[in-house]
Design a protein around this ligand. Structure first.
Ligand SMILES: *Cc1c(COP(=O)(O)O)cnc(C)c1O
Length: 408
């Protein structure tokens, strides 16, 4: 009998049973018993003193993005016990992702940022190994990426990592003038779409007109779910998505999908191959497979039901603050960038005497800790899609409590 079995059996034996005689090493068996399987797991957050919190903010990288779906963790765990060739994992997963998203091909990258770098690199190098080895030195390659002024934000650094220069334009006419033999790509930042002069469909049409590949960054736009195939169908040559935001896959994974030749070229710039600019953007097999499971689950999820859950949670929070004097609320749905019901709560500082930062701090350092985003003036912005079921009640109650305290 194994020790654990001994213990299990001991508990059902009468104390005066024949087996438990004075010769049986009862004490020593007990003292060397391994912890029962139901013993609490190690709590690393507690052990290291790391603050955990209710995330009423959203899918922010600094806040660790999202909580992975259970199926993703199951996939990570179950695939961690065997070896597999990374290229084979990427081939098989890529086919599945491409089929789910109506793309010619796809590959899992180390986040959307990595998809931007590797996709751009692929456009520049094609499948020429000499060019792959040469990046970010662009001698003999194209070297410019055209971007609308409103889209020319921090994320372009992913593109310039490859050595390219950003050429800023505003109108279709300016774009026509900017195109030259050095133009490698035209990049579109989905969330900046409404702020630019050229919309996505026209951008694609212009790319086709000038025979320049187009790329879209739709990192935080996995909702509505149709976006996952919409931009492929629209004709973007490359589409980049975050895995660890609305998709609730691994935080360090993302998807690059699009034209077959460009995906193949991008993969030459990525691990498991070395001697390229993507070598540091490794994704392990568990994350590649976890990314696939997250996407599949997300695509097949009942999105109407999910939306209703989000609306109900918002309603719970609204209910707990709406009758408070000097407190106002507004629910909106951003058309792009985190398309989910978004609650803006503001207050009249003559009645509710607290600054926005102090208010956020009180919630952050309360029990339980709650994170939300600071809005304009005296306001906070809340999304509920990263809440665990029931947390909306805690968020509502804490908001109410702090508003009441500040109004006294
Ligand atoms: C989050 C984000 C990225 C980076 O994506 P990761 O998956 O975190 O690498 C790029 N572009 C935009 C617009 C984003 O919101």
């Amino acid at each position: 009998m194994k020790r654990r079995d001994v213990i299990k059996n001991l508990s059902i034996l009468p104390v005066s049973g024949a087996i438990i005689g004075s010769t049986f090493p009862f004490e020593s068996v007990l003292s060397s018993t391994p912890p029962a399987p139901s013993a609490p797991k190690q709590d690393l957050f507690k052990e290291l003193g790391i603050r955990t919190f209710i995330n009423a903010a959203g899918t922010y990288t600094a806040m660790s993005g999202c909580l992975m779906q259970d199926e993703v963790m199951d996939a990570i765990r179950s695939t961690s016990r065997e070896f597999a060739m990374i290229d084979e994992v990427q081939d098989k997963v890529g086919e599945k992702i491409a089929a789910l998203c109506n793309a010619e091909a796809a590959t899992v990258t180390a986040g959307c940022w990595s998809a931007l770098v590797l996709g751009t690199a692929g456009v520049l190098t094609g499948t020429d190994p000499k060019k792959v080895a040469q990046l970010p030195n662009l001698e003999g390659m194209k070297s410019e990426v055209i971007v609308q002024k409103a889209h020319n934000q921090g994320y372009v650094h992913a593109l310039t990592n490859t050595g390219v220069k950003i050429v800023e334009i505003e109108t279709a006419e300016e774009l026509g003038k900017a195109v030259n033999e050095k133009t490698a790509m035209m990049w579109f930042l989905n969330y900046a779409g409404p702020d630019g002069k050229i919309m996505n469909e026209e951008w694609v049409a212009l790319g086709k007109k000038y025979k320049i590949p187009t790329m879209i960054d739709m990192a935080a736009d996995a909702t509505p779910v149709e976006n996952l195939w919409k931009y492929n169908k629209m004709g973007f040559d490359l589409v980049c998505v975050s895995g660890g935001k609305g998709l609730r896959g691994p935080q360090s994974a993302g998807i690059l999908m699009g034209k077959k030749d460009l995906i193949a070229a991008a993969r030459l710039n990525a691990p498991p191959r070395g001697g390229n600019i993507g070598r540091g953007m490794k994704v392990n097999k568990e994350e590649i497979l976890g990314m696939y499971v997250a996407l599949e689950k997300f695509v097949n999820m009942d999105h109407e039901k999910e939306w209703k859950i989000w609306e109900d949670r918002v309603a719970v929070i609204v209910d707990s603050v709406k009758k408070l004097n000097g407190v106002f609320f507004k629910v909106t749905v951003p058309p792009v960038a985190n398309h989910t019901p978004t609650l803006n709560i503001s207050w009249d500082s003559n009645i509710v005497k607290v600054t926005r930062d102090e208010f956020q701090n009180r919630l952050r350092h309360g029990n339980p800790s709650i994170e939300m985003i600071g809005g304009k003036d005296n306001s906070v912005v809340i999304t509920v899609w990263m809440l665990k079921p029931g947390q909306e009640k805690i968020v509502g109650a804490r908001l109410r409590e702090e508003f009441v305290n500040a109004s006294a």
